[in-house]
Design a protein around this ligand. Structure first.
Ligand code: NAD
Ligand code: GLY
Length: 370
């Protein structure tokens, strides 16, 4: 049975549809929000090979005239150069002000296609059809779009909300297992920052989630989307509480950058970062539930996610990593912000904690070389 979660943003609000088999129905669901006509269907080449034909057929059945645009899979395609190719594809496909863009893929596709939609003809409608677990529970919802520069990730972008999100867990069957597990780190994040009952539920269903059991996956995506939708509705442009979604991210971004974006998938780095965040919370005396560290570790292990970042020189690496945090784009005016847990369901922002504590927190989850 399909579920619907509404993201309440007034006239920019939209439904998140979730259910097995919805890919075939995507054209009809998009047609509820956008008049049928020309649209650009954007996917990376891998997703296009697996799911492009089904997606295009659904759009055609609903009266749309899709033109498919693809780019090579991977973060290295999230560039201005790919954006230029997609703008040109919009021109060739005759996408006008009343046309639309459909992103069918992971977070790279959604961020790129959303940015094209935000900028083409000063903004056209776009729909998100996420095909990774990470995109279903995080990137497809909330309207952050953009591309990378050599100077850093997501430096160019816009807030542009989709007209709908259509998540079909059946498409995850073709997702590489490592990518799936990385998405589970974000699911765990919602369990820590959101409703504590969701953390308890994950503990009871960890094996089912790790195995990708459809019922468990669908429930996890629904709970995660509902949590993200609440944060985005409360603070669309991240002036306040939306920053809580960055739990584990200040540490995780430093780990990703340290590894040249080649060692970790984003979710893997965030998982290790969440361990470091609990450690920092304990050191600063803000953690009120000491059992949280063990609960979080148990779920990371059940999801078969990495627990430590490999280094040869833990002491100097911890100092170097703490220095990297200052370059994190979440730092405002040179200040470094950490989202730290107090207990399940309650997190807080801490700005510029003592450097020694940050170094020690990094040190707490560094391991020997892999
Ligand atoms: P991705 O889009 O690169 O997808 C990961 C890999 O999985 C790719 O190789 C892709 O081809 C493949 N793939 C995707 N779906 C598949 C399927 N169903 N079957 C087979 N293969 C499939 O990466 P991602 O992890 O989905 O997203 C990461 C991106 O998301 C980053 O660029 C990050 O900055 C961004 N992001 C954005 C937000 C946001 O709020 N906008 C939030 C989190 C992350
Ligand atoms: N991924 C964090 C956000 O959307 O705000």
């Amino acid at each position: 049975m399909a579920r619907r979660i509404d993201l309440d943003l007034g006239e920019r609000g939209y439904p998140i549809h979730l259910g097995a088999g919805l890919l075939a129905d995507a054209g009809r669901l998009i047609g509820e929000r956008l008049a049928a006509g020309p649209c650009l269907l954007v996917s990376d080449a891998t997703v296009a090979a697996h799911h492009g034909a089904a997606c295009a057929a659904g759009l055609r059945a609903a009266g749309f005239a899709p033109t498919t645009a693809t780019f090579p899979a991977g973060e290295t395609s999230k560039t201005v150069a790919t954006a230029v190719e997609l703008w040109q594809a919009c021109a060739a496909a005759g996408i006008g002000r009343d046309g639309g863009i459909v992103a069918c893929g992971g977070g790279v596709t959604g961020d790129l296609a959303g940015f094209i939609a935000a900028t083409w003809m000063r903004g056209v409608a776009f729909a998100q059809i996420p095909t990774t677990l990470l995109a279903m529970v995080d990137s497809a919802v909330g309207g952050k779009t953009g591309v990378n520069l050599p100077a850093g990730k997501n430096l160019i972008g816009a807030f542009h909300q989709p007209i709908c999100v259509i998540a079909d867990p059946l498409v995850l069957a073709t997702l590489p297992p490592r990518e799936y597990r990385a998405g589970l780190a974000e699911v765990l994040k919602y369990g820590v920052i959101g409703d504590p009952a969701f953390l308890t539920w994950q503990e009871a269903h960890a094996a089912a989630l790790a195995a990708g059991e459809p019922g468990a996956v669908e429930r996890a995506v629904a709970e995660s989307c509902a949590t993200k939708a609440r944060y985005v509705a409360a603070d669309e442009r991240e002036d306040g509480v939306r920053a809580h979604l960055n739990y584990g991210h200040t540490f995780g971004h430093a780990l990703e950058a340290e590894g040249g974006y080649a060692i970790w998938l984003h979710g893997e780095a965030i998982g290790i970062g969440m361990r470091m965040a609990v450690d920092l919370a304990r050191r600063l005396g803000v953690l009120t539930d000491p059992t949280l560290a063990a609960r979080q570790d148990a779920l990371l292990a059940a999801y078969r996610l990495p627990m430590t970042h490999p280094v040869t020189d833990p002491d100097t690496a911890a100092v170097r990593l703490a220095g990297r945090c200052r370059q994190d784009k979440k730092a405002r005016a040179g200040r470094v912000r950490f989202i730290l847990p107090r207990r399940a369901g309650e997190v807080m922002m801490v700005t510029d904690p003592p450097t020694e504590a940050v170094v020690a927190a990094f040190r707490s989850a560094l391991g020997g070389p892999r």
